[in-house]
Design a binder for this molecule. Structure first.
Ligand code: C5P
Length: 401
């Protein structure tokens, strides 16, 4: 769950701060990328050098830092956006109160207030501080903000008192963060097959018929489906894009026939199939064994039809939800709906080449989602990553949980 996750760990000034060395180690071992922001007083309890070494990143303590004699600043807005999740452990009474009231007087608080990701907080303090109505009120307020409480444990406290207020153990923090993330993966248990990119149909050993598809839309769909917990097989034609998401198995092919074969191998176990590839409709009837020399004025290539991948898959359909793409230049809706029916799809994503910013190559797309019941939903121009979210939301609405 935590592999490749970017975690911003906020450490505040309580004795439990020493435990964050173990927490950092566990997060790193789980494959997360960890950056640490400490309050000034946290530095009295745990060495920034230890945490920097364990997290493999410099620890940030102030808005301003000195690098090679130059002053630079730790950009809290960037850090807030960078993080996939933020964990504040230990969260002292002081920091809880600041979080609840929005008192933004240090780098950690500025990061907290800038963070758009889920925020977990693990209170740690002495018994009476923990029982104080101000602390209770702060915790309730934070939960009201949607922050996630990692409850304090009971036991012996650093003061010698017994009771509630001990920070949850690092293993328990890791367990609770992981369980929370898992419970919020609406596509968990779902298998998704996605085709992406162009296909290259060889003419001879050095030439091919291809197209300008970059594969971006299919890769974004794969990444987002995996972010939602799905097990994704991405079958891609030649694309310069890389896929390092642990939830995505990326199979690279060249031709339409190879793409069909790879897709067929994963079709029966898939719940959702999205055909985002720009497949070449034709291929040379024969591939010349050697490079074709220019000898004549005109050269004729005989082309034959390639299999239609999504159509072929739809004929073996056994409950899969099939989504295709339609790139149209005129009578867009009519053509897209005809394509949906002809190919046996459940839905089709239309992009019109008449819309600036839509379709091939770029980082944006403007789509209309059309389902087999003729429900038509247009979306504004968005990044392809956001478009992937919209498409998956529409599919999710139609296939339920
Ligand atoms: O027929 P057209 O190529 O316009 O249809 C586009 C849709 O069909 C896309 O979803 C594309 O991935 C899919 N397709 C396919 N196999 C082909 C051609 C298109 O799966 N040979």
């Amino acid at each position: 769950m935590l592999r490749s996750k970017r975690i911003l760990l906020g450490v505040t000034g309580g004795i439990a701060a020493y435990k964050t060395t173990f927490l950092t180690r566990l997060l790193i071992k789980a494959g997360a990328e960890v950056r640490i922001v400490m309050t000034e007083s946290a530095g009295h309890f745990v060495s920034p050098l230890t945490l920097a070494t364990l997290s493999k990143n410099p620890v940030m303590r102030d808005f301003v830092r000195e690098e090679d004699g130059e002053l630079d600043w730790n950009n809290h807005v960037e850090l807030g956006l960078w993080a996939d999740l933020m964990i504040i452990a230990p969260a002292t009474a002081n920091t809880l109160s600041k979080m609840a009231s929005g008192t933004c007087d240090n780098l950690l608080m500025a990061c907290y207030m800038s963070a758009k990701c889920p925020v977990f907080f693990a209170p740690a303090m002495d018994l009476d501080m923990f029982r104080h109505p101000a602390t209770r009120t702060a915790i309730e307020a934070l939960e009201g903000f949607g922050n996630v409480l990692i409850p304090a444990a009971s036991g012996e406290l650093a003061s010698g008192l017994e009771g509630e207020g001990r920070m949850a153990e690092p293993e328990a923090i890791l367990e609770q963060v992981t369980a929370w993330l898992e419970s919020r993966l609406p596509w968990r248990g779902r298998k998704v097959l996605i085709t992406a990119g162009p296909t290259y149909e060889p003419i001879d050993p050095v030439r091919f018929i291809g197209n300008h598809s970059s594969g971006t839309m299919g890769f974004e769909l794969a990444r987002e489906a995996a972010n939602r917990g799905a097990e994704v097989v991405l079958v891609t034609g030649p694309s310069t894009l890389t896929m390092d998401h642990p939830g995505v198995t990326c199979l690279r092919v060249q031709t339409a026939r190879e793409m069909l074969e790879a897709a067929q191998a994963h079709f029966s176990s898939a719940h959702v199939v999205i055909a985002a590839a720009a497949v070449s409709d034709y291929r040379p009837a024969e591939v010349a064994p050697e490079k074709i020399k220019k000898t004549e004025e005109a050269l004729q290539l005989k082309l034959v039809r390639n299999p239609d991948i999504i159509h072929t898959l739809s004929q073996a359909k056994s409950g899969q939800y099939l989504v295709g793409f339609a790139l149209e230049t005129e009578k867009e809706l009519e053509h897209a709906q005809a394509k949906l029916n002809r190919k046996g799809l459940d839905a089709i994503v239309l992009n019109s080449l008449r819309d600036p910013g839509a379709g091939f190559g770029g980082q944006t797309n403007k789509i209309t989602f059309i389902d087999k019941n003729s429900e038509i939903k247009p979306f504004p121009l968005k990044s392809k990553a956001e478009t992937a979210c919209d498409i998956l939301d529409e599919i999710h609405l139609r296939i339920g949980h």
